[in-house]
Design a protein around this ligand. Structure first.
Ligand SMILES: *[C@@H]1O[C@H](CO)[C@@H](O)[C@H](O)[C@H]1NC(C)=O
Ligand SMILES: *[C@@H]1O[C@H](CO)[C@@H](O)[C@H](O)[C@H]1NC(C)=O
Length: 230
């Protein structure tokens, strides 16, 4: 009985070994469908990049071409025109001259810089967290990299979005000379909000507020004159 079982088990293991070997050889010889012969045209779903950097490099335009493209758009030109009209009123009020040294804080892509240049203001400095050369340099509006009292006019259309509005205002005041002007525009607002904004400029005298349309938006323009220290 024992002997019979032993023979049976031996046969069983020979059969298993044969089946295993045969299966192994079949698998080895059979090319899986997912492998593509080097010369076959790639199926659409099997188009792998040649290497990990095989995607097409992003088009990289030289700066002046990129700027020319941006500056020739209708949207850009309309906004610059709107800023030019806006700053013309500063000319008329005698708060801005061609020789004025102007600072634009949080100037975005630089619409106001181009507008001021078009008006004939030669000396315009503009900063923003992200630079847009050649119009706008990179600087933190809360920590302006300029000496005290160097500008005749400080302007910003982004005070309302500042992380620390009082710090933002203080830096504008610090860099504008005594007797110079700080001007901001905010979304159109009433007297209470104007008062609040004026309160941020601790070292300036309120000159006036006016509702204006700027780049198609209804805004309130607030103008202050920086005080002479006693
Ligand atoms: C300012 O510059 C503009 C453009 O160059 C010129 O047309 C204008 O007459 C200048 N204004 C003054 C007051 O010089
Ligand atoms: C601006 O418009 C608002 C209403 O949107 C009004 O409350 C406010 O008095 C106006 N400000 C000025 C200076 O005219």
């Amino acid at each position: 009985m024992d002997r019979h079982i032993e023979v049976f088990l031996k046969r069983l293991s020979y059969i298993a070994l044969t089946i295993g070997t045969f299966t192994f050889i079949v698998l080895l010889l059979q090319t899986p469908d997912t492998c593509v012969a080097p010369d076959s045209p790639p199926k659409p779903h099997l188009r792998f990049p040649k290497h990990s950097c095989g995607y097409k490099p992003r088009q990289h335009l030289p700066l002046h071409k990129k700027n020319n493209r941006l500056w020739s758009t209708k949207a850009w030109q309309n906004q610059v025109h709107s800023f030019a009209l806006f700053f013309q009123s500063f000319h008329q009020m005698g708060l801005l001259h061609n020789h004025s040294n102007v600072l634009c804080v949080s100037a975005g892509a630089g619409h106001e810089v181009m507008a001021l240049s078009q008006l004939g203001v030669a000396d315009v400095t503009a900063v923003e967290l992200l630079d847009s050369p050649p119009l706008v340099s990179r600087a933190d509006p809360h920590n302006l990299p300029f000496f005290d009292d160097v500008f005749d006019l400080g302007f910003s259309a982004r005070l309302a979005e500042a992380l620390f509005p009082s710090r933002f205002a203080a830096e504008m005041e610090r860099t504008v000379r005594p007797g110079g002007v700080c001007a901001v525009v905010v979304d159109e607002c009433g007297d209470d909000e104007v008062k609040e904004i004026v309160g941020l400029f601790r070292n300036s005298r309120f000159l006036g507020a006016m509702n204006v349309t700027l780049t198609g938006l209804r805004m309130t323009r607030i103008i202050l004159r920086v005080k002479h220290l006693p």
